[in-house]
Structures are given as structure tokens and as C-alpha cells.
Design a protein around this ligand. Structure first.
Ligand code: HPA
Length: 277
């Protein structure tokens, strides 16, 4: 058997033995955004460290557990803390939780993150709807033997972020009076922040926000046929645009400052997904 699939199935069995809950939406909470979980009607939590073979997240601002519960009555599994490539894991481990949440029943993958703003006019504390992505600077999580139980060898990536879900986010934002920008997310490997020259390159390539996660997760979720939606919290202006040195404290603080509008938007989108999809 394929080792990656074997490990995934072991993690799946380990979670299934603890939890009897079928989520509709999988929600990945980015740096500084983990507090959203306190808004859920929690049924059960599972620490990553208690799942056999599961990669444990070491990043600051990431708790490291699955939270199973309801958001506006909709069954959701939230990741309070994701796994990053820069922590040293293989890409197959980085996306293992994404695949696991799909196996548990989730149809929609709701990705959130903190990122540096590249696009002219972006300000720290703003939200950006992800309309597309550039993942070329990190290895594909699909590298290696294809796991045909999960998806095709050469999955199409023309529409990674579901158009209908993008529409729902924009509609919710308008309803709630939240100004949301739109743009393309680029993933760099990290853990170092970028140089100003790399940011100039990223802008030239068409990127509007830069981070160290998300795009690889979207590839794995797309491979499995999930509907994907992504929201970025612009935590800082990217290197060379920001007048001050970049720091993780700034990223986490920005997450907290944006949490009220972030929370109301995510809740409303999840409710609308249940009503309309
Ligand atoms: N660069 C990369 N990742 C990030 C940034 C950034 O400026 N801000 C938050 N995550």
C-alpha cells in the first residue's frame, strides 16, 4: 500500500475511534484567527498529539487540535492550528489534515490565513477574498505516486476557488458592511519572511498577498474534489512596502484586531453555504 495513504488511513481510524461527527464544512484557522473556535457549539475536540502518526504543529499562534461542533447550526470541523511546510514536514504530511477532514465527510474547505499585503492600497487589518493562487515556489503535495482513492493523477486547477462560494463571501460582506478586497495569494516556503526583491517578483507575477500556507492545502483539497473558499487577513504590508521590520507578533496581533469582522463574516458565509448549497 502507498505509505502516504496508509498513514492517512491510520489517522482517519484513530479520529473515527474518538469522534462520531460528520462535518459539512472544514475550516482551517490561520495565525491569530484560532479564537474563532470559541464561537462554536463544541461537541468534541481532538488534540493532534493524540492522533497516531499525525504531524504536530509548532507554529506560534497555533493551538494544535481539531474542534468538532456547530457554527450557526452547521456541522463544522475546525483546525485550530495548521501544519506548515517550514516546520520541516513533507508536503504529504502538511496536507494530511486536509485530506482527513474530507474523509470525515467535509464537502467544503474553508481556508483562512494571515498574509503580507502586496497589492498597492492594501492595509494591515483588511480582509482579502482569495480568487486565485500561485503555488509554484513550494513542492506539490501531489508529488509521488498518485493516490487514486483520493483523486486523479493530473487534476485540473483552472478553478481552485469555487466561484459560487466567492459570490457568497462577497454577498455576506456587503450585507455585514465589511469592506473585503480580492486578490491572488502566493505561497512561499518560509520560515523567513521575503526580501523586498522577492516581493517585487511576486507582484510582477500577479500576486496580491503572500504567505506560507494555504495554496498547497487548496491543491490537495481540489485533488479530492472539494469546493474551496479562502479568506486572507492582511496582517502586515509585505517586505519593502512595510516601513517596519516584519514580526510574528505583528501577524498575531493583526489577527486579533480583525477578529470581530472575521468572525461575523465566516459565520455568515457558513450559514449561507448551508442554506444555498
Ligand atoms: N510574508 C509571508 N507570510 C506572512 C506574512 C508575510 O509578510 N505575513 C503573514 N504571513
Amino acid at each position: 500500500m502507498n505509505q502516504v495513504y496508509d498513514k492517512l488511513m491510520r489517522c482517519y481510524e484513530s479520529v473515527k475511534a474518538r469522534v462520531d461527527f460528520r462535518p459539512k464544512v472544514a475550516l482551517v484557522l490561520g495565525s491569530g484567527l484560532g479564537d474563532f473556535a470559541s464561537q462554536m457549539d463544541v461537541e468534541v475536540t481532538v488534540d493532534y498529539k493524540d492522533i497516531e502518526g499525525f504531524p504536530v504543529s509548532t507554529a506560534p499562534g497555533h493551538v494544535g487540535r481539531f474542534v468538532f461542533g456547530y457554527v450557526e447550526g452547521v456541522p463544522v470541523v475546525a483546525m485550530q492550528g495548521r501544519i506548515h511546510y517550514y516546520e520541516g514536514y513533507d508536503m504529504s504530511d502538511v496536507v494530511l489534515p486536509i485530506r482527513l477532514m474530507k474523509l470525515l465527510g467535509a464537502e467544503v474547505m474553508f481556508l483562512t490565513n494571515a498574509a503580507g499585503g502586496i497589492k498597492q492600497g492594501f492595509k494591515a487589518g483588511e480582509l482579502m477574498l482569495i480568487t486565485g493562487q500561485i503555488a509554484t515556489f513550494v513542492p506539490s503535495p501531489l508529488r509521488g505516486a498518485n493516490i487514486s482513492e483520493l483523486g486523479n493523477r493530473f487534476p485540473d486547477m483552472s478553478h481552485v476557488y469555487d466561484e459560487n462560494l466567492q459570490f457568497i463571501v462577497k454577498k455576506s460582506a456587503t450585507k455585514l458592511g465589511i469592506d473585503i478586497k480580492e486578490g491572488v495569494y502566493i505561497q512561499f516556503p518560509g520560515p523567513n519572511y521575503e526580501t523586498p526583491e522577492e516581493i517585487t517578483m511576486a507582484r510582477t507575477l500577479g500576486a496580491d498577498a503572500v504567505g506560507m500556507s494555504t495554496a498547497c492545502e487548496a491543491i490537495a483539497a481540489n485533488h479530492m474534489g472539494m469546493k474551496i473558499v479562502g479568506i486572507t487577513c492582511v496582517s502586515n504590508l509585505a517586505a519593502g512596502i512595510s516601513p517596519t521590520p516584519l514580526s510574528e507578533e505583528e501577524v498575531i496581533e493583526a489577527g486579533k484586531s480583525v477578529s470581530v469582522k472575521f468572525t461575523s463574516l465566516v459565520k455568515d458565509v457558513i450559514k449561507t453555504i448551508e442554506d444555498e448549497m
